[in-house]
Design a protein. Structure first.
Length: 249
């Protein structure tokens, strides 16, 4: 159990402008479409993958009408039929490990464009498996500590909900779960009155590399920003601990 919130220093975050919110909602809409297709149901109560995506959408403050519209569109039009999920691995400047999860309807185009972003920003796209061994798939739930719980109280609630680990950050806490137990832990925390800031299955680095040099941090951040802004990108993971001011730009 950690006494601070390291996740906030490695999770790629950007200021949520209206345009960025729109892109986030579009990405979640694609996830909803895939969840409906793969789960075979447009009902979150019978489709666990869809239920998890809906929880992620709510944590991202996606309006309920947008969520329902995305579900109905996926169920009625089958618009996820041509979507493919693929993961790319590579290196940012300084040897920082980067994983990019994308959803695309054109694998050749996406592969070329992702490679171009890595090259343009001083990184390199690698082979499958080149950096994924540095990460573990976990359920990651960031909650707002709006009740003013101390570390022991937060820890007790999380453990009672079935969590595997907790990072306490004062105003927030990050709760980690086994990926297979993510849905149940999330529901237990919801029933305990926790307010989610994010809730997802994520690739979490087993170790991190702190970057203190401003010039190197800027180079890494540029690549992360370009990848994050790419239309086909769903998630970007990395093992860098960037200066907080760099993360928030």
């Amino acid at each position: 159990m950690s006494g601070h919130n390291k996740w906030s220093t490695i999770k790629h975050k950007k200021e949520k402008t209206d345009a960025q919110r729109g892109k986030i909602f579009t990405k979640i809409g694609r996830e909803i479409a895939i969840a409906v297709r793969e789960g075979g149901s447009a009902d979150p109560n019978t489709n666990s993958k869809l239920k998890d995506v809906v929880a992620k959408a709510k944590a991202a403050n996606m309006p309920n009408e947008n969520i329902q519209r995305s579900i109905k569109k996926a169920a009625g039009e089958g618009d996820a039929a041509s979507y493919k999920e693929i993961t790319y691995e590579g290196y940012a400047p300084g040897g920082i490990a980067v994983i990019v999860e994308v959803v695309t309807d054109n694998l050749n185009r996406t592969a070329s464009e992702v490679r171009h972003i890595f090259d343009k920003c001083g990184g390199s796209l690698g082979a499958t498996g080149c950096v994924s061994w540095k990460f573990e798939r976990k359920g990651v739930i960031e909650v707002e500590n709006d009740k003013g719980l101390d570390e022991d109280e937060m820890m007790m609630i999380a453990l009672d909900a079935g969590a595997a680990d907790v990072e306490y950050g004062g105003d927030t806490a990050v709760i980690y779960t086994d990926p297979n137990e993510f849905s149940q832990v999330r529901e237990n925390l919801e029933n305990a009155g926790m307010k989610f800031l994010s809730a997802e299955r994520a690739m979490v680095p087993t170790t991190t590399t702190e970057i203190t040099d401003p010039e190197m941090a800027a180079k890494v951040q540029k690549l992360l920003d370009w990848l994050d802004d790419y239309d086909d990108t769903q998630e970007v993971y990395h093992d860098a601990e960037l200066p907080e001011e760099e993360e928030e730009e």
